[in-house]
Design a protein around this ligand. Structure first.
Ligand code: 5GP
Ligand code: MN
Length: 335
């Protein structure tokens, strides 16, 4: 994989570009994709953002979101764009399988593939150009660097800043996680100097849910949480019935796992949600416990040291039992 700066000359003439990201895109995935989208459109490229799946309603106000193609809803258009692309940007993921049904089109494509990502253990051989840096707070911050270091940094505008602020905010837990470096705050200062209003962004993302979601969280905390002080661990399992009863949609469970770490002494939080096709795990930790390794070793997943995800094709009870089975192996690390 060549360094990303080697790409700038290629962008001097108009190209057909697709930007894609991981399935069920979060704030960083959508924010970085749309931030880069606005920048490349201003450089006169023909740009399409393809999301492998739908996304949370709390991201549906992002500037440019109406132009994003949901692969599952508009497969033919998405496939056509992927097949015609000269360049495909892959944002906020580093292994093709994270793009669900888009995976096989990425693998088959002859387009120049560009990686911009901050997850552990990238599959660098799959990309011609790119940057992978696990020390970066977010892919949004990396897209900001990409724009600032490009031949056209003056194209940065408020739409781009809004998108990039959103993803940096969500991936840093509102600027509190360890990866929130001085450069993150410098970027935000730059956005503020441009006139960015940050309060409406926080309100759109964190204060725009329906009542049912808050009642669901109450139910989950009261009835679905198990705290294992012996392992400084808390785990939560959400059934299909819970999802149906509270009418839980994409994005409504985002952040639920973080509540587990608010208990004093708890270093490892895990939540499993019974989705239609699979049981989806989210893992979070504080300090040295490496949930990326945990997810890779036991739940076909990965991510970062303190935030990772995984999956299982087993029933909810089975995959939860597996969690309880492997946990004791980590007793020393969790002490
Ligand atoms: P979340 O728990 O919010 O879904 O994901 C936490 C972090 O782990 C995110 O950075 C996400 O991109 C990553 N992640 C989630 N699920 C998976 C997975 O199945 N495989 C890999 N490699 N990373 C994942
Ligand atoms: Mn990210």
């Amino acid at each position: 994989m060549e360094i990303i700066n080697a790409l700038y000359p290629l962008l001097r003439s108009p190209k057909k570009i697709v930007i894609t990201t991981h399935q069920k895109p979060d704030g960083d995935a959508m924010g970085s994709s749309l931030g880069l989208y606005h920048f490349l459109v201003k450089m006169n490229h023909d740009v399409t953002v393809v999301s492998p799946t739908n996304w949370a309603d709390f991201l549906s106000w992002l500037p440019g979101v109406e132009a994003v193609i949901d692969f599952e809803a508009k497969q033919n258009t998405a496939i056509e764009k992927l097949n015609q692309a000269d360049i495909i940007f892959c944002l906020d993921f580093n292994i093709f399988y994270r793009t669900k049904n888009v995976e096989k089109y990425l693998a088959a494509s002859n387009a120049v593939k560009v990686l911009i990502d901050h997850h552990e253990q990238p599959q660098v051989s799959a990309f011609q150009y790119g940057i992978s840096d696990i020390n970066k707070s977010s892919t949004c911050e990396m897209v900001y660097d990409f724009i600032i270091q490009s031949e056209n940094p003056e194209l940065l505008d408020l739409n781009i800043a809004t998108c990039l602020y959103t993803g940096t905010m969500t991936d840093t837990g509102s600027f509190r996680f360890p990866a929130t470096s001085a450069s993150v705050h410098r970027m935000v200062a730059h956005f503020k100097d441009m006139g960015l209003q940050h309060t409406p962004i926080h309100e759109q993302v964190y204060d725009s849910f329906l009542e049912n979601r808050l009642r669901f969280i109450g139910h989950a905390l009261l009835n679905r949480m198990d705290v294992l002080y012996e392992y400084n661990t808390a785990v939560m399992a959400i059934s299909r019935d819970d999802i149906i009863k509270y009418d839980i949609k994409t994005g409504d469970t985002e952040g639920l796992v973080n509540y587990l770490l608010t208990i004093k002494g708890i270093k490892f939080g895990a939540i499993v949600i019974d989705r239609n096709e699979e049981r989806k795990w989210s893992f979070r930790s504080k300090g040295d416990f490496d949930v990326n390794e945990f997810a890779r070793n036991h739940f076909e997943g990965g991510g970062h040291k303190n935030a990772a995800g995984g999956r299982s094709s087993q029933h909810l009870e089975k995959t939860l039992a597996h969690f309880y089975e492997v946990l004791p192996k980590y007793k020393n690390e969790l002490e």
